[in-house]
Ligand binder design. Sequence first.
Ligand SMILES: Nc1ncnc2c1ncn2[C@@H]1O[C@H](COP(=O)(O)OP(=O)(O)O)[C@@H](O)[C@H]1O
Ligand SMILES: [Mg+2]
Length: 226
Amino acid sequence: MELKYTGKTKNVYALEDGNYLLQFKDDVTGVDGVFDPGANTVGLTLEGAGRAGLRLTKFFFEILKEKGIPTHYVDANIEEATMTVKPAEVFGQGLEVICRYRAVGSFLRRYGLYAEEGQPLDAFVEVTLKDDDRQDPPISEDALHMLGIISKDEYQELKSLTQQIGNVVKEELAKKGIELYDIKFEFGRVGEEKQIVLIDEISGGNMRAYKDGEYIEPLELEKMFL
Ligand SMILES: Nc1ncnc2c1ncn2[C@@H]1O[C@H](COP(=O)(O)OP(=O)(O)O)[C@@H](O)[C@H]1O
Ligand SMILES: [Mg+2]
């Protein structure tokens, strides 16, 4: 297997059959030992975090498959903490797409003059560039198009998929009495036809979830869920 990329929480390998293998690590994003799904650094290492993240990811990707929502998912091996996926071409050097249901995190830090903490947001979508050196700046639809990162049609597709997938996750969490505040996704183009599909993962490390007004840590969320 050829190592393609060493990420913060996963390693990416190329398989001989053309697929990719994602190896989930026990590293979690955050700062100084405190988890933050928006952080650009590994903040802590928690034993079992990789497998727990993969379990939740597998759960959601299989639901999306049943619903006919396109993703890169092929299969998962929980024991080995690996997931086989279809290789995707990312937009530019990678985008993160956030779907927000309540005002917390960076939304509140930026818009606190106008927004109150925890204020409902109706599946509000925002895009940031994956650019660690520039702290993942938010980018508008116009700038994405102007800079040749994504076409206008692709943007509409990206936004629509983000809201559909965010709503699926929100509904699944609600079944367990958990409320989704926000969630972060990655997308890419797959195959000759460059179909836009969800890539990467859907784990506790990519979302903020609350129960009875209390924030739930990623590992705790994964335990409550499965
Ligand atoms: N199907 C895919 N094809 C290509 N790249 C992918 C795919 N799924 C995930 N990735 C990329 O693999 C990397 C996963 O490792 P991760 O540790 O999450 O990286 P990062 O530090 O960039 O968040 C991410 O950069 C993500 O964009
Ligand atoms: Mg990542």
